[in-house]
Design a protein around this ligand. Sequence first.
Ligand SMILES: [Fe+2]
Ligand SMILES: [Fe+2]
Length: 265
Amino acid sequence: MRIIFFGDVYGKAGREALLSSLPGLKDEFRPDFILANAENLADGKGLTEKTLYPLLQAGVHAVTGGNHLWDRAESLSYIANQNKIIKPRNYPEITPGNPYGVLENEGLKLGIISLCGQIYMPPCDNPFTSLQNFWDHQKDKEDIPIILDIHAESTSEKRALGWFADGKLAAVLGTHTHIQTADEEILPQGTAYITDIGMTGSHDSVIGVRKEIIVNKLISCIPSRYESSHLGLQVNAVFLELDNQGKACKIERIRRIIEGETNAE
Ligand SMILES: [Fe+2]
Ligand SMILES: [Fe+2]
């Protein structure tokens, strides 16, 4: 089974980077499943039906969220009813989103879950106990490979969760920091791991925001309105290959520069 997972797709720049690179990536990697983190899809703040629709049309099978998933009040009912949007499982039950996605394509099945970290993040339940509860509930059910998006700030928390999940999940893929890490590996019991996939969007930015705004804010300590950057489009993603037992046999970082720039939203 072959999978591409795009790191946090940020605003119009991210959508354009993903959509323009996808045909070439499909030719190169022949993925059975295409996944993306979409918590920043709508100008960095959550997602909307309008911003997600083109990705689903282009062949993205499901998207994960994160701490920004619910930033758009107008999207809450859409998130509640679109089962291709996977929410962090360790948020309250009443928070909209599907806590467990089961995807099917040409006889292949793949599970997808998401968890948020607790360190330097908004409050949520413990991701380790949440994963254990999921696993205790899931292990007697249909045996399909499952991928986890661990959406967290702390590298140690993500790394520890990777070890905790080794042998249980097909992959533990980090998101949220928007910076790709060069530590992809397959853990001893067959779980693919990377601390952060990185961001799909404007590379000439500070994690998606116009760089001048963040530099000035850090110099002056005066709050200012964030604006999405549209310069230096880049795709950050990973390619995974799973064997017939659902164990990972390959993880490869994808980091592609896209020509051109997008117009302001
Ligand atoms: Fe993000
Ligand atoms: Fe996030």
